[in-house]
Design a protein around this ligand. Structure first.
Ligand code: NAP
Length: 244
């Protein structure tokens, strides 16, 4: 029998790349998607996966990506991120639109396209990398938290709609994870990104990948339907313990 297949979106860095490494270790064949071809190829080479160009905001790109997937046992919807930290009054709605496209419609596009192969596998698992922003808010975060709240609603709806079919829907909601997330949010301002983690110990991408790998390797009747994982130094999006 051939090996199970995991599809990971946003696999060129951070949590997605770490998930690819973990799932390769669990015996999955990998289909890896992202926009940066060089970075994606490096992760594919390291994990034995297949790198396929993917922009989840582009319907044609998603269709071309999904057309290369014949078997799908696990789908990890991880591609996404935040742009900016402005109050609503100063919101750049083009950036909000991107966040909605990438985080919400991206998940919908890829999941729609792969639901039939997931069900046909007999034990499909759809992982959605949400965020504590799916159920918390913080000043300056409205564009991102609104999008992640929508992802949470999509996830819970999907679970209702799939009841009775052999597909588990698993929402993993991380708190602070040190990846390229903050550098992307602050348009490449690395000093500002580093300051986010000043004096505290964030999660690593591998900490989150560990949780995802655990969730997708439980027996078929067990669904970790929502997992919130934060650093010990973080109680809420706004309450973070920092050493002086
Ligand atoms: P990251 O290092 O910036 O990784 C983001 C990944 O998403 C990259 O591989 C990026 O690849 C991909 N991506 C972005 N836009 C895409 C698009 N339009 N099409 C395809 N791929 C796209 O950040 P990360 O922390 O690992 O983020 C992964 C997920 O975790 C995101 O959904 C994020 O919202 C969520 N999250 C992160 C944190 C955190 O604190 N870091 C906390 C909670 C949730 P390309 O640029 O090569 O396309």
């Amino acid at each position: 029998m051939s090996r199970p297949v995991a599809v990971v979106t946003g696999a060129s860095s951070g949590i997605g790349a770490a998930v690819a490494r973990r799932l390769a270790g669990e015996g999955f064949d990998l289909v890896l998607g992202a926009r940066r071809a060089d970075r994606l190829a490096a992760v594919a080479a390291e994990t034995g996966g297949r790198a396929v160009a993917l922009d989840v905001t582009d319907a044609d790109s998603v269709a071309a990506f999904c057309a290369t997937v014949e078997r799908c046992d696990v789908l990890v919807n991880n591609a996404g991120g935040a742009l900016g930290l402005e109050p609503v009054q100063d919101a750049d709605l083009d950036r909000w639109r991107w966040m909605y496209e990438a985080n919400v419609l991206g998940v919908a596009r890829v999941t729609k396209a792969l639901l039939e192969p997931l069900a046909a596998s007999g034990d499909g698992r759809v992982v959605i990398v949400g965020s504590i922003a799916a159920f918390e808010v913080y000043p300056g975060g409205a564009g991102y938290t609104a999008a992640k709240h929508a992802v949470g609603a999509l996830t819970r709806t999907l679970r209702l709609e799939l009841l009775g079919r052999p597909v588990r829907v698993i929402e993993v909601d991380p708190g602070m994870v040190e990846t390229e997330f903050s550098a992307v949010r602050f348009d490449g301002d690395q000093a500002r990104a580093d300051a986010v983690y000043d004096g505290m110990t964030p999660l690593s991408a591998d900490d989150v990948a560990d949780v995802i790998s655990f969730a997708v390797t439980r027996p078929a009747h067990v669904n970790l339907d929502q997992v919130v994982v934060r650093p010990r130094d973080q109680a809420t999006a706004r309450d973070v313990h920092r050493e002086a």
